[in-house]
Design a protein around this ligand. Structure first.
Ligand SMILES: *Cc1c(COP(=O)(O)O)cnc(C)c1O
Length: 340
């Protein structure tokens, strides 16, 4: 029986073809800049995002933290979403390691900030205040692809108020596929961009921080400080190159499958589906508390794994194809049509 794990797009395992390139990888010591595949991966990522340079990091958390430490000094501040990974899900790293103060703000239903509110939180140059230095966006945010004109407005605001702009683009390629734009069109609006290879792209490990040469050179120092200087990374870089070359275009399949799930599950009276127009490979479900335990067992027996709780996130990825999506919908329908 195939396992259909819908908890996250991080759960994907390397395919045979990806294992093969990892197995054959020639390696060197990346701290000496002698791992040629890692150099190649960094050039490839920089080129795709239209940036001068890139830095391979073991995780998106480290890549974001490296960006924050590189952009900001002690006593600086970054504006960030209340639910953003760089604020909520990274252990407060910017404050812990960088003495950088977060200014978290709520985002609206569609994942965007109210830019007038953002502007009102940019602090005047006054020694009472932390220095507002950086504006951090996340795209996609909760699976929502942020509108291009909104990103342009953020860029304009940042430039007019002298702020740097960082994008946590863990799933940037999902957003780019959604709007059918090049990832570089989105990246062009930011001073730095972090992308993950280990989400929808299907690599086992790795993120890339991209920016201009000076920024990446300074970031390389901070990555080392954070313990992210790795050695024979070619095995991972080979997987990353494979992921970029083979798994970007296919992200539209994940979006179609998420849409199919949303459409199918919507028919079930007991399930509430939250799926916006600008959603990519995620949907959110409200499930009835009463049948929850039973539902989990029923799904598990059929190989389907969803997160615990009544409010759950469901994520499509390269181990879920269209037939699987249809099977998942049918399984939910079967469960809720039984007498309870
Ligand atoms: C997954 C993710 C990251 C990075 O997570 P790691 O597990 O550290 O690689 C960063 N931002 C967002 C929005 C993410 O979803």
């Amino acid at each position: 029986m195939k396992t259909l794990d819908l908890r996250s797009d991080t759960i994907t395992r390397p395919t045979e073809a990806m294992w093969a390139v990892m197995h054959k990888a020639e390696v060197g010591d990346d701290v000496y800049a002698e791992d040629l595949l890692t150099n190649q991966l960094e050039s490839l990522a920089a080129e795709i995002l239209g940036k001068e340079d890139a830095l391979f990091c073991p995780s998106g958390t480290q890549s974001n933290l490296t960006a924050l430490l590189t952009h900001c000094q002690r006593g600086d501040e970054y504006i960030v979403g209340q639910q953003a990974h760089t604020y909520k899900y990274e252990g407060g790293g910017a404050a812990v390691f960088g003495s950088i103060q977060p200014q978290p703000l709520n985002v609206q239903e569609d994942g965007t900030f109210d830019l007038a509110e953002v502007e009102s939180y940019i602090k005047e140059d006054d020694f009472h205040f932390a220095r507002t230095k950086l504006f951090c966006l996340e795209n996609t945010h909760a699976g929502l692809a942020l509108p291009m004109d909104y990103l342009q407005a953020c860029h304009k605001l940042a430039r007019s108020r002298n702020l740097l702009l960082h994008l946590d683009g863990a799933r940037l390629f999902n957003a780019a596929r959604k709007w059918d734009v090049a990832a570089s069109q989105i990246a062009a609006l930011f001073d730095s961009v972090s992308i993950c290879l280990s989400k929808g792209l299907g690599a086992p490990v790795g993120s890339l921080l991209c920016g201009n040469k000076d920024f990446i050179s300074e970031a390389r120092r901070w990555r080392k400080v954070l313990g992210g200087g790795m050695r024979q990374t070619g095995v991972l870089a080979a997987a990353g190159i494979y992921a970029i070359e083979n798994n970007i275009e296919r992200l539209s399949e994940d979006q179609h499958n998420a849409e199919a799930l949303a459409r199918g599950l919507q028919d079930i009276a007991e399930v509430r589906v939250n799926y916006h127009d600008n959603q990519t490979n995620m949907l959110f479900l409200s499930l009835p508390q009463k049948q929850l335990k039973e539902l989990h067992v029923f799904l598990r027996q059929r190989g389907i794994i969803i997160p615990d709780g009544t409010q759950v996130r469901v994520v499509t990825h390269l181990e879920i194809d269209r037939r699987d999506a249809d099977f998942i919908v049918e399984t939910f329908k079967t469960f809720f049509s039984r007498p309870h």
